[in-house]
Ligand binder design. Structure first.
Ligand SMILES: [Zn+2]
Length: 207
């Protein structure tokens, strides 16, 4: 009896999760349903996603960058209710657009979704420390909190080169770093390792 009811609940939940209107909350339902099947506990299916869960979503966006030979950086924006309202990935090479960084793409997506440029109360998850352009976009969008993964020693503006968020700007979000930093860094190493290997192979062919 319980199994039959659970099966109906999960079928209805998945149907809703895959409908077009709810595509942005799919990750929540997906992980919830996995948890429900694992534990057969309805209570646990209502457990909200953690910072790590959201960063995994950002990492899944970053993974898509490999197809266009873009540096793998991914981003998601989450509103106060825990729903993902914006997604972005680095598409600089794909679009030949210097401003197509993951954070800017996610902010545009979230603004489109909410019909507002004000993203107060939202948290931005990005796999790599934001650059000056993205730090500026984050402040302009009034994002309340930033969670980033790996440090960016060349352009990072959360303390690596400088901390723009400590300057006397009128709007300053809370900044937290190091969420799944190793996974983010490993993905970057895999990307740059692949480029080096391909360069070495073509050099050997030309000898
Ligand atoms: Zn950037």
């Amino acid at each position: 009896m319980i199994f039959a009811w659970l099966s109906i609940v999960s079928r209805e939940t998945m149907k809703h999760a895959f409908s077009r209107r709810s595509r942005n909350v799919l990750p929540f339902y997906r992980s919830s349903c996995i948890m429900m099947h694992r534990s057969l506990s309805i209570r646990r299916c209502l457990v909200p996603m953690s910072h790590e869960d959201y960063m995994l979503e950002a990492l899944s966006e970053a993974e898509k960058c490999f197809a266009s030979f873009d540096v793998p950086v991914g981003c998601v924006i989450v509103d106060a209710s825990g729903t993902i309202i914006g997604r972005g990935r680095n598409r600089r090479e794909y679009g030949q657009d210097a401003t197509a960084h993951a954070e800017v793409e996610a902010i545009k997506d979230a603004c489109t979704h909410t019909h507002s440029w004000r993203l107060d109360g939202c948290t931005l998850y990005v796999t790599l420390e934001p650059c000056p352009m993205c730090a500026g976009a984050i402040m302009n969008a009034r994002i309340s909190e930033v969670q980033y993964g790996a440090r960016e020693p060349n352009t990072g503006c959360c303390g690596s080169v400088l901390n723009l968020f400590w300057e006397r700007f009128p709007y300053r979000p809370k900044i937290y770093g190091g969420i799944l930093a190793e996974a983010s860094q490993n993905m970057l190493d895999r990307f740059f390792g692949g480029i080096r290997n391909n360069a070495a192979k073509s050099q050997n062919r030309n000898l």
